[in-house]
Design a protein around this ligand. Structure first.
Ligand code: CUA
Length: 350
């Protein structure tokens, strides 16, 4: 690293050191596969890749302009600085140079023109893509503060975790999402898979993803939608070839009816839980809260507010407000015995 750098120039050596240290610390972010970091530059899906390529081009053009402008600025400051012995008079002024004025008018116009064309092309590429016949169709409904996820062709309803198949070159299987809102404006954003799309009441917005690597991708609601906007997280689980069908088949089944959990079932059906939640194969057909048919197959509770463990399920039912203050699920004021029974029942919903 010594070339171009005079040996006595400590400052520049230090700058190099900081540069490499930053590079190394950022390295895990660029590891292969979904990183658990919502990194817009590490993409695993066709539309996200188009947007990332476009962003890199824009950043590169801006970087070149920045370097030229600051370079000229520093050169001018150094070259024309005040020197001892200056006579203090103003230097000769330049007026009306056609070349200079043409250059600083035409070059920016060309740059803006080219960038507009690239922008239009990228938008068209992402938005005009129609679903192929094999595409998976999903309806995502934003609620305060969770995501309802429906697969109309598969007769599946779930929440907060969008399961899709991987799309391979030999067998492309993109997923087309139809975005609706049950209340206020939200925004669906999983940076490694696609751009952000607003979820607006009385409007059917559409987007698509085409993940090329299996794994779990993180996203979040990207439009302020009230108190728990920050805990309106999304997980997209991309299944390897053949695995998605297994997941779908399991989700299509009715809820288990474990005789040992009967007491808890009775608690569930004797309280107002049934007004808000659906459990397939039972009388519970509420639509206000998440479908609980396969509750325990999910990784998190409360749209990412807590991990889905038996302890957290209990804490959640005991008082949802303690894990997600302001959410619309009330504390049902159950006795400890009813709590135990109810949690035992919920844990059978897998
Ligand atoms: Cu939903 Cu922010």
């Amino acid at each position: 690293m010594q070339f171009f750098i005079p040996n006595n120039c400590r400052l520049i050596n230090k700058a190099w050191f900081i540069f490499f240290a930053l590079g190394l610390s950022a390295a895990p972010v660029f590891a292969d596969g979904p990183s658990g970091v919502t990194n817009i530059f590490k993409t695993y899906s066709t539309p996200a890749r188009a947007i990332a390529n476009y962003t890199i081009l824009i950043l590169a053009v801006c970087a070149v302009i920045f370097v030229i402008v600051t370079g000229l600025l520093f050169y001018t400051v150094a070259r024309f600085r005040h020197r001892r012995g200056d006579d203090g008079r103003e230097p000769a002024q330049v007026y009306g140079s056609n070349q200079i004025e043409l250059a600083w008018t035409v070059i920016p116009i060309l740059i803006v023109f080219v960038l507009s064309l690239v922008t239009a092309r990228t938008i068209a590429e992402v938005q005009n893509a129609g679903p192929p016949s094999k595409a998976l169709k999903v309806t995502v409904v934003g609620h305060q503060w969770w995501w309802e996820i429906r697969y109309p062709d598969l007769n599946i309803v779930t929440a907060n975790e969008l399961h899709v198949p991987v799309s391979e070159t030999a067998q492309p299987r993109p997923s087309f999402l139809s975005l609706e809102s049950a209340d206020v404006a939200h925004s669906f954003w999983v940076p490694q898979l696609a751009g952000k799309t607003d979820v607006i009441p009385n409007r059917d917005n559409r987007m698509w993803i085409e993940p090329t690597t299996p794994g779990t991708y993180l996203g979040n609601c990207a439009e302020y939608c009230g108190t728990q906007h920050a805990r309106m997280l999304i997980r997209v689980i991309v299944h390897p070839a053949g695995e998605f069908e297994k997941w779908a088949a399991a989700q299509q089944s009715d809820a288990g009816n474990d005789a040992q959990a009967k007491a808890g079932r009775d608690v569930f059906f004797s309280t107002s839980c049934v007004n808000c939640h659906t459990i397939k194969g039972t009388e519970a057909r509420g639509k206000f809260g998440p479908d609980l048919t396969h509750l325990m197959s999910r990784q998190t509770l409360g749209s990412g507010a807590a991990l889905n463990t038996p302890e957290e399920v209990r804490a959640w039912v005991r008082n949802p407000q303690s894990l997600k203050q302001g959410c619309y699920m009330p504390d049902m004021q159950l006795t400890d015995e009813e709590m135990d029974q109810l949690v035992r029942y919920l844990l059978t919903l897998n």
